[in-house]
Design a protein around this ligand. Structure first.
Ligand code: GAL
Length: 368
């Protein structure tokens, strides 16, 4: 293991789901998880492709049991994890959990160093489908070796489990993690602020060669519906993450989200960019002052998605030459508004794309 890139079919497209951390931190319990799973179904998110319901840090009791096994916090999860996973499965969803590779989690709870095989076995018994393995309290340890141990432990547990590697991009995981896990964080924690979205985005610009089916760069979970992000900023965040072939893990309160937020998370043609079966991560083709142009190849017929990001505070029209986004000269190009799901015209040689301040304009291009 550790040679080449994973191609086990467990994450043919970037995983989609929900994770408790961004909105709830350690304030999680079985009721929240069940209500969230139900909301995932009733909101249409499950039908839009969201599958994994993942509990992050804060689920475990402060001590392991006498045998050394993990125990769920009995106040937060009185029915136990197995029963919770069963109920999530009964809704047609998958269940994910969190641990840490070191001596303690980031919240000082028991973690998995030295217990990898035991914990992987326990997770498999509980019916876990996805494990996020964090990197706090790992002083002096090599992430490559330790995550390789996790990959072996999950393999030995004989249940298909997605491995989400979370060492924050410190040891250039894109160079080695693709042979071990299905996704790996490329950056520090996201915040529900525009500046955080942009800082993270800039760190992704060189990473497109490393991603593909079953091995994805992870620029962190979504903040759509959290903090002070405006609807426009949330749309830009969501569309850019889709261009990046990022895992789409919602991080908001699904039980109380408003229609704007739900419509962003379930926007069919934006999600389709992310989930394109060819699995080619997009890239930035230019950055000029406040304007970035990002593009992603869709399918194998030369179709593309394009996002023009305006970081500034004035509206701008941006000229994009079709040649610069890889469209063959003379091709017959149709342009589509992917948010509105409407064809908006044809183009020859170049496009003049309107942008609003602190937002992104997202278009689909069909070239024949
Ligand atoms: C961080 C991780 C976050 C969250 C948190 C939990 O290291 O990047 O996504 O899991 O730990 O304590």
């Amino acid at each position: 293991m550790g040679i080449g890139r994973l191609s086990d079919g467990l994450a043919p497209t970037p995983p989609m789901g929900w994770n408790s951390w961004n909105r709830f931190g350690v304030k999680i319990d079985e009721r929240l998880v069940l209500e969230t799973a139900e909301a995932m179904v009733s909101s249409g998110m499950r039908d839009a492709g969201y599958r994994y319901v993942v509990i992050d840090d804060g689920w475990m009791a402060p001590e392991r049991d006498r045998n050394g096994d993990f125990v769920a916090d009995p106040d937060k999860f009185p029915s136990g994890i197995r029963a919770l996973a069963d109920r999530v499965h009964a809704l047609g969803l998958r269940f994910g959990i969190y641990t840490d590779a070191g001596t303690k989690t980031c919240q000082e709870l028991p973690a998995s160093l030295g217990y990898e095989f035991r914990d992987a076995r326990r997770f498999a018994e509980w019916g876990v489908d996805y494990v996020k393995v964090d990197w706090c309290h790992t002083q002096g340890m090599g992430p490559r070796a330790l995550y390789a141990k996790w990959a072996m432990a999950l393999h030995a547990a004989r249940r298909p489990i997605v491995l989400s590697i979370c060492e924050w991009g410190r040891a250039r995981p894109w160079e080695w993690a693709g042979g071990l896990g299905h996704l790996w964080r490329t950056c520090w924690d996201i915040q529900p602020e525009w500046s955080s979205i942009l800082t993270i985005l800039d760190r992704q610009a060189e990473l497109h060669p490393f991603a593909g089916p079953d091995h994805w760069n992870d620029p962190d979970m979504l903040e759509v519906g959290n903090g002070d992000l405006t609807a426009e900023q949330s749309r830009a965040h969501f569309a850019l993450w889709s261009i990046l072939a990022a895992p789409l893990m919602a991080g908001n309160d699904l039980r109380t989200m408003n229609d704007d937020v739900r419509e962003i998370l379930t926007a069919r043609e934006i999600v389709a960019i992310d989930q394109d079966a060819a699995g080619k991560q997009g890239q930035r083709i230019s950055r000029n002052g406040d304007i970035d142009v990002w593009t992603r190849a869709i399918g194998t017929n030369g179709d593309r998605a394009i996002a023009v990001l305006n970081r500034g505070s004035v509206a701008r029209e941006v000229r994009v030459a079709l040649e610069d986004i890889g469209v063959a000269p003379g091709a017959n190009v149709r342009v589509r508004d992917l948010w509105k799901r409407a064809d908006i015209g044809e183009a020859r040689h170049e496009m003049l794309i309107p942008t609003s301040p602190k937002s992104a304009t997202v278009l689909g291009i069909t070239a024949r």
